[in-house]
Write a protein that binds this ligand. Structure first.
Ligand code: AOF
Ligand code: ZN
Length: 361
C-alpha cells in the first residue's frame, strides 16, 4: 500500500465528521505499523478530541515506531483540547504523513516544525488537493471569519429553474435531491429569500435519517415572512433567522414569539446588505451557508461578492419558454468580458443528472 492509499482511508475517516464538527475541520487519521493498520480515528464532534488522539486511543497495538497518516497538519496549540503534537511525540510514532497544512494562524506550519524538532520524519502534501477540498469551508472561515457560501441550484439543460408557469417540482431525480439534503447536513446554514417562502412555503430542513438541520436564514428586507409559514411555525425546533431592515413592529414580535430570531441588517440600496449579513453570521460561528436562492437573491449574492462556490444540478430536460426563470437574474453582464468566472471544475454523475461544481475565481 502507498502513502496515497492510506491517506485515502484517512479521508474516508474524516468525512464521517461531516456536519457534526463545524466550524472545526473534518479530520481523519490512520496509524500503520509493519504494513498493518492498527488504528483509525476521526474528529467526531465540535469541541471533542481530534482525529489524531482518537486514532492513537483506538490502536490495537503499541504504535511506537509506526506511521501516522493525517489529512490535516496536527495542531500544536491549546484550544478546547491539548495539542495533538504532544500526543504524537509521546506515542513514539516515527513518521507523520500529512495531507494539507493547517491555515489556522495558531498552527500554520508550527505543527510540522514541532514534530520535526522531536526527530519525527514528516512527509507533507500527500493527496493535498483532496485534503484541502474536503475542508474548503474551514480553510475559508478560519482565515476570513465569514461563512463559505455555496450557491446551489437545479436547472434543465436549457438553463431553466422552473417552467413558464413557475412549476419546478421536480427538475432533478432522486439521487440529486438526496445529494442536496446531504449538503443541508454538511453546511451550517441554509439561506433563501422571502420570495421563495411566499411562493413555496418550504421547510428547508434536512430529510435524511440521522442528519442535522442547518440554521435557516431568510433574507427578508421588509419582514414579509408570514407568521403562519411552515418556517415560522417550526422555528421553535429548528433555529431560524430572519435578516431584515424593517423596524420593530407587532410582526417582528409575533415572529419572535414563534422562535424566529430577528437579525437587523443595514440596507444596501433597496435590499439588505448581504456582505454585512455574512459578517454577522460569521460572528455567530456559522462557517458555511448553502444558498438556495431564486434568481434575484442569487444575482444579489454574486453582485455583493459573498459567493465562493457554485453547485449546479443539471437535468436532462428542456423546458423552453422565453419567460421561464434561470438561476441568476438581476441586470446581468453586458459583455462576455464581464462574466463571473469560475475555476476548479468538479463533475459528478447523480442518476440521470449531473452535478457541476466550480469555485469562483
Ligand atoms: C479539529 N479536529 O481533528 C484537528 C483539528 O479548539 P480545538 O482544540 O478543538 O482546536 C481546533 C483547531 O485544531 C482547529 O481550528 C484546527 O486548526 C486544529 N486541528 N481541529 O477540530 C481535528 N486535527
Ligand atoms: Zn489537534
Amino acid at each position: 500500500m502507498t502513502h496515497e492509499t492510506y491517506m485515502a482511508l484517512a479521508l474516508e475517516e474524516a468525512e464521517k465528521g461531516c456536519g457534526w464538527v463545524n466550524p472545526n475541520p473534518m479530520v481523519g487519521a490512520v496509524i500503520v505499523l509493519d504494513g498493518e493498520i492498527i488504528g483509525k480515528g476521526h474528529h467526531e464532534r465540535y469541541g471533542g478530541p481530534h482525529a489524531e488522539r482518537n486514532a492513537l486511543a483506538g490502536c490495537s497495538r503499541d504504535p511506537a515506531g509506526g506511521t501516522l497518516y493525517v489529512t490535516l497538519e496536527p495542531c500544536c496549540h491549546h484550544g478546547k483540547t491539548p495539542p495533538c503534537t504532544d500526543a504524537v511525540t509521546a506515542s513514539g510514532i516515527k513518521t507523520v504523513v500529512i495531507g494539507a497544512s493547517d491555515p489556522n494562524p495558531c498552527v500554520a506550519g508550527g505543527g510540522i516544525r514541532l514534530l520535526e524538532q522531536h526527530g519525527i520524519e514528516v512527509i507533507s502534501g500527500v493527496l493535498e488537493d483532496a485534503c484541502s477540498r474536503l475542508n474548503d469551508v474551514f480553510f475559508h472561515y478560519i482565515t476570513e471569519g465569514t461563512p463559505f457560501v455555496v450557491m446551489k441550484y437545479a436547472m434543465t439543460l436549457d438553463g431553466k429553474t422552473a417552467t413558464v408557469s413557475g412549476k419546478s417540482r421536480w427538475i432533478t431525480g432522486e439521487a440529486a435531491r438526496a445529494h442536496v439534503h446531504r449538503s443541508r447536513h454538511r453546511y451550517s446554514a441554509i439561506m433563501a429569500g422571502v420570495g421563495t417562502v411566499l411562493a413555496d412555503d418550504p421547510l428547508l430542513t434536512c430529510r435524511l435519517p440521522g442528519c442535522k438541520n442547518p440554521v435557516r436564514v431568510i433574507c427578508d428586507t421588509n419582514l414579509r415572512i408570514p407568521v403562519s409559514s411552515k418556517i415560522a411555525e417550526t422555528a421553535g425546533a429548528v433555529r431560524t433567522i430572519a435578516a431584515t431592515a424593517a423596524a420593530e413592529s407587532d410582526k417582528s414580535a409575533a415572529l419572535r414569539e414563534k422562535g424566529v430570531e430577528i437579525l437587523p441588517v443595514p440596507l444596501m440600496g433597496a435590499h439588505i446588505d448581504l456582505a454585512a449579513l455574512m459578517g454577522a453570521l460569521g460572528e455567530m460561528k456559522i462557517d458555511s451557508v448553502l444558498l438556495e436562492g431564486g434568481a434575484t437573491l442569487n444575482a444579489a449574492a454574486l453582485q455583493s461578492g459573498i459567493v465562493h462556490k457554485v453547485q449546479a444540478y443539471i437535468a436532462p430536460k428542456l423546458f423552453g419558454g422565453t419567460a421561464a426563470k434561470s438561476p441568476v437574474g438581476g441586470p446581468g453582464a453586458d459583455s462576455p468580458d464581464d462574466a463571473v468566472l469560475l475555476r476548479d471544475r468538479q463533475v459528478r454523475i447523480l442518476g440521470e443528472d449531473i452535478l457541476l461544481e466550480y469555485r469562483l475565481k
